[in-house]
Ligand binder design. Sequence first.
Ligand code: GLC
Length: 474
Amino acid sequence: MKRFISFAWVAALMLLATACSKKVSLEGTWYGLYNKSLATITFSADSTMDLSSEAFSTLSKQGKYSINTQTTPMQIDMEPEGLGMSGEGIFRINPDQTMEICIDFGVPGQIKRPTEINSKQTSMTTLYFMLTRDKESVLAEIAPKVKAPAEARLAFERNKRLGSGINLNAVVDGNLHPGYERDAPLPDSEIKSIANAGFQSIRLNVCWAKHAATEKPYTIAPAFFKKVDHIVDECLKNGLAVSIDQHYYPYINMDQPDENVSYEDNYERLYSFWEQLGEHYKNYPPEVYFDLLNEPNLRMGADKWNEVLNKLIKIVRKSNPDRTLLIATPNLGQHWTLNLLELPEDDWNLIVEFHYYLPHLFTHNGLAYAQAENSQQAVWMGTDEEKAPILQDFDFIQRWSEAHGRPVNMGEYGTVNTVNEASRARYLGFVHGEAVKRGISSHLWGYREVFQIRDEKTGEWVPEILNALNLKDK
Ligand code: GLC
C-alpha cells in the first residue's frame, strides 16, 4: 500500500511538471484553408517557419519563429527573413490535435497581437488558420462537387473567341478618376485601330447606374442605350467581340454609395438592369457577352455575391438562354477567391473572371486610392524571383479551371503608365503570355486613363508594349 501511495505521488508530480512546462512541438507540415484553397505552414527544427497559400502568392512568408507556451492562449512570434512583415499571434492545440492560429502581420510596433482566436477575419492584416497534419482531409473538403458535362465545351470555345482584348474604359461614360469624370466621344476610327493592333475583343466598361432612374422600375435612359449600341455595333463590325460590363456599381463594387437609392434597393436595381439589358441585347450575336458585376467588394462578401449571381443568371436566362456570361470572383474580383464561388450546377455557359495586378505596388505605383502612393517599386526586371509568384498564381488558376471544368478570363491586368516603360512592357508581355499559354482570355486595363498603353499626347500605341503583347502572333 505504502509503495502504491508513493508511486501515485510520483505520477502526480510528473503530470504537474508536464502541465507546467507544456511541452508543445509544432514541427512538421500543417494543412489548412485560406479562402477555401490549400494553405500550408511548415515548422522546421531550425526554428524557421514557412507559410504559403496555393492560391495567393503574396501570402507567402518565411522567417524565424518562437513560441511562448506559458500563456493562454499560447503565443507565436515571427521574424521575417530579409524584408518582409513580422507576425504576432496566438494559437491553441485542440484535443483532436488540430491547431488554430490567429496571427497579425505588419511592421513591428504596428502589429496588434489578436486577443482571442477568432475564425472570422477581423482585419485585413490578421490571418486565421485551422490546421491539421492530415493533408488528404483538407483536400477532400475542397474537391469539386460536380463534373463538367460535355456541353461545358461551348463556354471554352466562346472564351477562345474573346482571346486577347482590352477594356474600353472612360468611353461611354466618365468615372471616378481625376480628369476622366466626363465621357469623351470615341471616334469610330479608334475602334478600327484597336482591331488593327491585334486585339480580338473589348470589355466595355459601363456605369449603367449613372444613366438610369433611381425609382422603380429603374429605367435605363434610351438615349444612353443608343450611345452604347453604337460602340457595340462598331466593335462587331470590326470583328471585335464585346463583353458588356456592369462597372462602378454603387455600394457593392467600389464602395461609393448612391444618395438616391438605399443599399437594399440597390440590389433590386441591379436585377432590374440585367432584366433590361437582357431584353435589349437578346437578338445580338453570341459575340456579345454579359459581365454581370465588376469586382464585387468585401462589404458584399462571398455569401451575398453567390446568392446575387445565381439570381442574376436566372434573370438573364429568361431572355438570353444561350448568352455567355462572365462571373467575377467574390471579395474584390481577384484570383485568390476562386474557390469561394458557388456557381449553378445546371448552367455551363459561364466564364469565370478574375483580375490580376500583382505585385500591387508595381502595377498601382503612386496611386493613392490603391494605398500605393509611397511605392518605390517602379521597375520589374523579369528575374526568376519576380516571375515565380506570378507563375504560382497562374498555375493555381489553371488547376482550378481544369478541376472545375470552367473557362477563365483575366478581365483586367495592367500597370500605371508612370512606371519605367521597359519594365512595363516586360511585365505586361509576361503576364499576358502566361495567360495565353494556359488558354486564359484577357482584357488589358485599359484604353484610357493612367493605365493606358497609348501615348497620351499622340494617341499612338506604345510600340514596345504592343510588341511585348505579341497579339498578332498567338
Ligand atoms: C478597377 C477599377 C478601376 C481601376 C482599375 C485599376 O477596374 O474599377 O477604376 O482603374 O481597377 O485599379
